[in-house]
Design a protein around this ligand. Structure first.
Ligand SMILES: *Cc1c(COP(=O)(O)O)cnc(C)c1O
Length: 403
């Protein structure tokens, strides 16, 4: 009897999702990576350097904070996993620190990356400065304008930023541009993917880099609750990396329920949404078989959400499989619900979350908790970058918007 597993199989698939659908010119470089990554990640040298950097550079372990007032409100025991306190302000640095070591080990001299809101671009430019690597970031021209501060941060860190003017000029187009660049320079260039997406082995690499989140949860929960697992894990999903890290060491533990929040935008049926698991159909995007928002003849549809970090028309293969098999429950959270939840956490706990993370907070209202349920919610990032958006939309925040 084979047990259902939610981890990647040896062919690079999660159920029917995943794989490596790449142009012929990238076949060799993706194969090289597939052969190289596990021996490197499991080597003593890598593990030591990686964990040292996570501790001294990123500031890990990130705290697990018992949110007293929010616990009373929702009738459960709510803990917040504080990825917002990491260096550069989100979980993304866990992944870039690991992949830059992998790139070095593989002898690469140039790093490219895509970015939407600019968070992954900043996290990549940061570790490239740290490791003295040449860094080029692809970013949709629309996003370059919308996320001006992050563009300046990347430049200050020494990265070259390429505005991408094809398609809608947003994240999906930046991914395509990065892949095109990679096709031209497969030998010396390492493509540092920012979420659990892309061709195998990237979804597995990123999930492993982020799995430090649930590794720490086990220790922290044991210390605080006397058992190393929660009743619920809650996280937001864009490409799926902070959620993957949050659930990684609990995937096959059926005592732990998984609730994920994707971006509903103005509503899943409004035509302006990024709720890919609700609206998507099976297709291939950026090298991987996944759920994609597309027209009946396979043209990619534009995603919309107030949250730049969740604005992607696809979602990583691990999450497609978990959702299809019922391992996770995925809720679509609309813009107004996320804004209200962001204000709520701000006023009740003194934590301004990234709008991405606020989607996870909004999910709390929709889960029927029992009083003693232990709930862990990952606050994927801090909200400094979103203050303007919060203010512009404070009419959505109800009582908290009156100031
Ligand atoms: C990028 C980002 C996300 C979405 O990416 P995932 O890969 O789904 O985690 C969520 N929260 C923050 C703060 C981000 O910067």
């Amino acid at each position: 009897m084979s047990k259902e597993s939610y981890y990647v199989d040896e062919r690079g698939y999660y159920g029917e999702f995943g794989g490596a659908y790449v142009p012929e010119i990238l076949y060799k470089v993706v194969e090289d990576l597939r052969h190289a990554y596990l021996p490197i990640l499991e080597s003593e040298n890598f593990r030591q350097t990686y964990h040292q950097l996570l501790k001294d550079y990123v500031g890990r372990p990130s705290p697990l904070y018992y949110a007293r007032r929010m616990s009373e409100k929702y009738g459960c025991r709510l803990y917040l996993k504080r990825e917002d306190l990491n260096h550069t302000g989100a979980h993304k640095i866990n992944n870039t620190v690991g992949q830059i070591l992998l790139a070095k080990q593989m002898g690469k001299t140039r790093v490219i990356a895509e970015t939407g809101a600019g968070q992954h671009g900043v996290a990549t430019a940061t570790v490239c400065a740290l490791m003295d690597m040449k860094c080029e970031i692809f970013m949709g021209a629309t996003d370059v304008e919308r996320q001006h501060t992050n563009v300046e941060r990347m430049k200050m860190l020494g990265a070259e930023v390429h505005p991408v003017r094809t398609g809608n000029m947003t994240l999906s187009d930046a991914c395509s541009a990065a892949i095109r660049d990679w096709c031209c320079h497969p030998e010396d260039t390492y493509y540092l993917v920012g979420s659990t997406m892309g061709p195998h082995p990237y979804p597995d690499i990123v999930a492993r880099m982020q799995s430090v989140i649930s590794e720490e949860l086990k220790v922290q929960l044991l210390e605080k609750e006397g058992r190393d697992y929660p009743d619920y894990l809650v996280a937001c999903v864009g490409g799926g990396s902070n959620a993957a890290g949050t659930v990684y060491h609990y995937l096959d533990d059926s005592r732990v329920k998984i609730v994920l929040a994707e971006a509903g935008g103005q509503g899943v049926d409004s035509g302006r949404t990024a709720a890919t698991i609700h609206r998507g159909t099976v297709g291939i995007l950026h090298g991987s078989k996944m759920l994609v928002m597309q027209t009946p003849d396979g043209q990619i549809e534009e995603a919309y959400t107030i949250s730049a970090g969740l604005d992607y028309p696809g979602v990583g293969p691990m999450h497609c499989n978990m959702a299809r098999k019922g391992r996770s429950k995925v809720l679509a959270i609309n813009d107004d619900e996320a804004i209200r939840a962001g204000y709520l956490l701000t006023r009740m706990e003194g934590i301004i979350p990234a709008i991405e993370s606020a989607h996870a907070v909004a999910a709390l209202e929709k889960i029927p908790f029992r009083k003693d349920d232990v709930v862990v919610l990952t606050v994927s990032g801090r909200g400094d970058k979103d203050v303007e958006t919060y203010l512009k939309n404070k009419q959505m925040a109800g009582e908290y918007g009156n100031f």
